[in-house]
Design a protein around this ligand. Structure first.
Ligand SMILES: [Zn+2]
Length: 287
């Protein structure tokens, strides 16, 4: 599932290529995404210029001329591919968890620009496009979600206020999009490992220092991944499409049975299920 750092990298690749460009043609091959793409989608965005692209949580917000906003969520398996005209680019994927090549199937939506095509691929079709036709609707959309982890208002005072009386475990809270928006399952485990907090610990039992650690490491872990993700995209080219090195950067995620990466710790990485999601932690330094 694309997580915040991946969506940030997609945003950067996309912005580099399509800002100020006009959408010349829109091709929809399959309307049945998580929300059905409306019939007027093509006509609404055709001939519009891309003014800016920003990311909120795991959403891309593409501002078009005429004050239209196109929201794109990649769902479980969505990827964006950039295919340049008159250039044999085999590496098309703008994200870093997935294969770098353009797949043959599931290319549901295509935006055609002067020198480039942007192709939305999504085998499981949980992603979606949504058009908002004014700024108030965009504001309302964003206000439905909790604060972003990289926002400076995601700080000790905020988490203390929200969590001091909550009995639910901290892992669940990190995934609660009304509390903090954009931390997914992979990064929740990684953040708790760096913070040395057991994922099952009740939120109300966290010390001030532990709350400070959660804030600090949420930002550090996500920013590090954005940096690494960016470099792994560049590496696609050098390694002729051999990707996957990014996953090796995780310290606990999918490392069950391995020794704790902390040299001073003798513990082992364990996997447990919390609210149906795999959760990884060290049985020694996170207890
Ligand atoms: Zn450990």
């Amino acid at each position: 599932m694309p997580e915040l750092p991946e969506v940030e990298i997609v945003k950067q690749s996309l912005a580099k290529n399509v800002i100020s460009q006009k959408i010349l043609k829109v091709i929809v091959r399959n309307r049945n995404l998580r929300f059905k793409i409306p019939k007027n989608f093509e006509n609404t965005i055709k001939n519009q210029k891309i003014i800016s692209i920003r990311r909120f949580s795991k959403y891309l917000i593409i501002k078009l001329s005429k004050k239209l906003y196109c929201i794109l969520h990649l769902g479980m398996s969505g990827t964006l591919h950039l295919v340049k005209k008159n250039k044999k680019n085999t590496i098309t994927n703008s994200s870093f968890y997935h294969s770098p090549f353009l797949p043959n199937k599931h290319n549901h939506v295509e935006l055609v620009f002067k020198n480039l095509r942007v192709i939305y691929n999504d085998p499981r079709r949980f992603g979606y496009f949504k058009i908002l036709d004014n700024q108030i609707k965009l504001k309302n959309f964003i206000n439905n979600y909790g604060i972003e982890p990289l926002n400076r208002n995601f700080n000790f005072y905020y988490v203390k206020k929200k969590l001091h009386d909550k009995r639910k475990n901290i892992k669940n809270y990190l995934l609660d999009q009304k509390f903090v928006s954009g931390i997914g399952n992979i990064y929740a485990s990684e953040i708790l490992f760096e913070s040395k907090i057991n994922p099952k610990k009740k939120s109300c039992d966290l010390s001030d220092q532990e709350l400070r650690n959660i804030v600090k490491y949420s930002k550090i872990v996500l920013n590090k991944s954005i940096k690494k993700g960016g470099s792994s995209i560049r590496n696609f080219v050098n390694t002729s499409g051999d990707f996957g090195s990014f996953q090796k950067c995780f310290k606990v995620y999918e490392r069950e049975g391995k020794k704790c990466p902390d040299r001073k710790c003798e513990g082992e990485i364990k996997r447990i299920i919390i609210s149906n999601r795999s959760t990884f932690y060290c049985n020694c330094c996170q207890n």
